[in-house]
Design a protein around this ligand. Structure first.
Ligand code: NAD
Ligand code: ZN
Length: 350
């Protein structure tokens, strides 16, 4: 099989040929039709996350071993199955749940494998889908597409799933005004999902007018370009000068986090999702005085992914896929995402 692999931080991805594996036991071999290009692949390629103050969290310290095949948004056709696989047959079109856990820890025991203490996520800690074949460790991580377009379905494994979890958390206080920061792959899914499952008025923030226009088409009621130095005041005035009930930050870098705290109203609910990183200084006393909630969201579980597939099948959500690349163009795909040239999601069709 042919794979585009990360060999080390910031090194060009290397396309290499290895023997196509034969699935054993519960394993399934999937012929990859389409794999989403996520900003998290860029963090993996860059070798880690910015902690602020010149500090860097290396992915190798979190258990990543190079070389690794990235790609966690995998859709494909079942090519071969192990002898104990049930409910999945050769030729089925499937979406892969990549957030695989140990199966033993408290999170895995309640089906939240995405929050496992020792994660084995595909495309991060084990080889993923920038490849013509992917070996899935267990058939239980597959969901049948049953009519959903393969390119669109890819984003339901990560950008859609993460946005779904985050919007559900942001909806816990029944927000009147919900601010979505970042209109990229995750944020645009967030807008569609918020439109579908909340009653909130949606305010979307980004630096790019074209992305904000797309957010409006997807259902955002208001958009604000945060290049504008009056961004916070503009949002406050949309929210009747009280502030936003909930904010979901799909960027989560110092400028956006400062904005989040500035526009969050009393009893507000802040959900941090992006991994752009950095650090900010917080005025501690405002947290109890305003009684705000600050929480993180990390991907989502298998059941949520199946619910999302259902929403996509009904046409309630329509992931935006704006660009397609071949496996040999994997480097260009990542460069284009880094240069913010992608609207919604790009996919690789190996
Ligand atoms: P993307 O590159 O598609 O989108 C990022 C968007 O943020 C772009 O539209 C960009 O214009 C905008 N942006 C950047 N800086 C900004 C700023 N200062 N102010 C306003 N807008 C700004 O990325 P994506 O694939 O949507 O991923 C977003 C982030 O979420 C990444 O850090 C990614 O690694 C992370 N992520 C987190 C999870 C999770 O489970 N928590 C899952 C997947 C991805
Ligand atoms: Zn992702």
């Amino acid at each position: 099989m042919k794979s585009a692999r990360i060999t080390g931080p910031n090194e060009p991805l290397a396309v290499s040929e290895t023997e196509t594996p034969k699935p054993q036991g519960n394993q399934v071999l999937v012929k990859v039709n389409s794999v989403g290009v996520c900003h998290s692949d860029l963090h993996l390629w860059e070798g880690g996350y910015d902690l602020g103050d010149g500090q860097f969290m290396k992915v190798t310290d979190r258990g990543v071993k190079y070389p690794v095949t990235p790609g966690h948004e995998i859709v494909g056709t079942v090519e071969d199955i192990g002898d104990t696989v049930s409910g999945i047959s050769k030729g089925d079109q499937v979406l892969v749940f990549p957030w695989i856990g140990c199966g033993e820890c408290p999170a895995c025991k309640v089906q939240n494998e995405n929050l496992c203490d020792t994660p084995k996520s595909m495309g991060v800690f084990q080889d993923g889908g920038y490849s013509d074949y992917a070996l899935i460790p267990n058939f239980k991580y597959l969901a049948k597409l049953d009519g959903v377009d393969p390119d669109s379905a890819t984003s339901l494994a990560c950008s859609g799933l993460t946005a779904y979890t985050a919007i559900k958390k942001a909806n816990q206080n029944s927000p009147e005004f919900l601010v979505i920061v970042g209109a990229g792959g995750l944020g645009l899914m967030g807008v569609q999902i918020a439109k579908a499952i909340t009653d909130a008025k949606i305010i979307c923030v980004d630096l790019d007018d074209q992305k904000l226009d797309t957010a409006k088409e997807m259902g955002a009621h208001f958009t604000v370009n945060s290049k504008d130095p009056e961004t916070a005041q503009k949002i406050m005035s949309i929210c009747n000068d009280k502030g936003a009930d909930s904010v979901v930050d799909f960027v989560n870098a110092p400028p956006t986090a400062k904005l989040d705290f500035a526009i969050l109203r009393k009893r507000g609910n802040l959900v941090l999702v992006g991994l752009f990183g950095g650090s900010i200084e917080l005025s501690l006393v405002t947290i109890p005085l305003k009684s705000i909630i600050v929480q993180g969201a990390y991907t989502g579980n298998y059941n949520d992914m199946v619910e999302l597939l259902d929403l996509a099948r009904k046409g309630t959500i329509n992931p935006v896929i704006s660009k397609r690349y071949s496996l040999d163009e994997a480097n260009t795909a990542l460069e284009d995402l880094k240069a913010r040239k992608i609207i919604g999601r790009a996919v690789i069709n190996p």
